[in-house]
Design a protein around this ligand. Structure first.
Ligand SMILES: CC(C)(COP(=O)(O)OP(=O)(O)OC[C@H]1O[C@@H](n2cnc3c(N)ncnc32)[C@H](O)[C@@H]1OP(=O)(O)O)[C@@H](O)C(=O)NCCC(=O)NCCS
Length: 331
């Protein structure tokens, strides 16, 4: 594929990323997200993904930076992802330059886009945040264990759940269903009350760091992620929804499978059940070291942390941390 130049600025040239740039992109990506980088797995998917633009920067021919954006929300927002700068050029404003070039290019190709959205796992402080509208923060519980330890971990969780339920003597219906019917899922996601009922962060569903408004145009994006969804459908008023993204390879610990579970709704009992069910669903696929990241409302974190602690094989690997959801106008 012929390289296509999309701009020049600050001694850098900007190009649409191509499949053959993969090795150079990986060469600037060592150690990103402490080994939990999704890009080695997603890069080739991004190359052909609908309404996605991925731009690389080069200085004197050498690959220096990358940023990607996907147009979502009926063409009104772009979600930017993947930002990275090669280690030798960090701290000199290159990230700012590639972001400006990417914004400009996306606006040129998709004039309907007015909003830029992003999620990030570090809090850059009030000065940097003031450039954005702050939409929401989610709590993240990170665990890790060898694949063969998860069976015991889940057995332990089930025993804890039994004992908690006996003590709490709950009379409410706490059944969760795996949603297999696309029409049922569609009805749940497009229910106008969904956002209020589940207190969706910034009114969005954040699928493994990708924030999407629950709109029909975004359902196709969610569908191609092959998610496994759970909901408390036995109640006419939905209180809980969750999903996991199929585990995917990341560089962590020399090569691992990363599992992401996203929980919506503030009911701790349902959240505990959902965690067990999601882990049971993926058990057969797990191999090697498995980092698990569970994203949830802040109110659930302490309860979920307590629920998961005490196992010898699957342990918490990160203290409390957060996912921030931000937006700004695309000028
Ligand atoms: C984070 C990283 C991309 C910053 O690149 P950099 O060129 O060193 O960035 P600088 O500190 O010079 O900052 C330049 C601009 O980028 C912005 N920026 C820095 N980190 C950012 C981030 N994580 N998300 C969005 N913008 C960021 C800064 O706010 C600054 O913006 P401004 O010019 O509008 O003020 C770089 O350190 C890196 O590649 N780290 C590893 C990958 C990573 O952690 N990516 C984070 C993605 S959320």
């Amino acid at each position: 594929m012929e390289a296509q130049c999309v701009g020049e600025s600050d001694g850098l040239t900007f190009w649409l990323a191509r499949p053959q740039d993969y090795d150079e992109v990986m060469a600037i990506s060592h150690g990103i997200y402490a080994g939990n980088d999704y890009l080695p797995h997603r890069y080739h998917i991004w190359m052909t993904e609908k309404d996605r633009v991925t731009i690389i920067a080069r200085r004197d021919g050498k690959l220096t930076a990358l940023e990607s954006g996907i147009v979502v929300d009926e063409g009104k927002s772009v979600v930017v992802e993947g930002l990275r700068v090669c280690p030798s050029e960090r701290g000199r404003g290159v990230a700012g330059v590639i972001q400006k070039v990417t914004d400009r290019y996306i606006k040129q190709i998709y004039p309907s886009v007015n909003i830029k959205r992003l999620t990030r796992g570090d809090d850059p402080g009030p000065e940097k945040l003031s450039k954005f509208i702050f939409l929401a923060r989610r709590a993240v519980l990170s665990l890790c264990g060898e694949a063969e330890k998860f069976n015991n971990f889940v057995l332990g969780l089930k025993a804890k759940l039994d004992s908690i339920e006996k003590t709490e003597q709950s009379t409410t219906n706490n059944q969760l269903t795996v949603l297999k019917d696309d029409q049922q899922l569609k009805a749940i996601l497009l229910d106008p009350d969904l956002s209020t009922r589940l207190q969706l962060p910034g009114g969005a569903i954040i699928q493994d760091w990708l924030p999407l408004k629950p709109l029909e145009s975004n359902l196709e994006i969610l569908k191609r992620k092959n998610l496994t969804w759970l909901a408390d459908t036995s109640n006419d008023k939905l209180r809980f929804l969750s999903f996991h993204t199929p585990p995917y390879p990341v560089p962590f610990n020399g090569g691992s499978l990363r599992l992401n579970i996203d929980l919506y709704g503030e009911d701790l009992r349902l959240a505990r059940k959902a965690l067990i069910t999601h882990l049971e669903q993926v058990m057969g696929e797990l191999r090697g070291t498995v980092p698990v990241h569970i994203y949830m409302p802040q109110t659930l974190w302490a309860g979920m942390q307590k629920f998961c602690e005490g196992d010898e094989g699957v342990k918490q690997i990160h203290k409390y941390w957060e996912q921030l959801f931000l937006e700004r106008e695309l000028s």
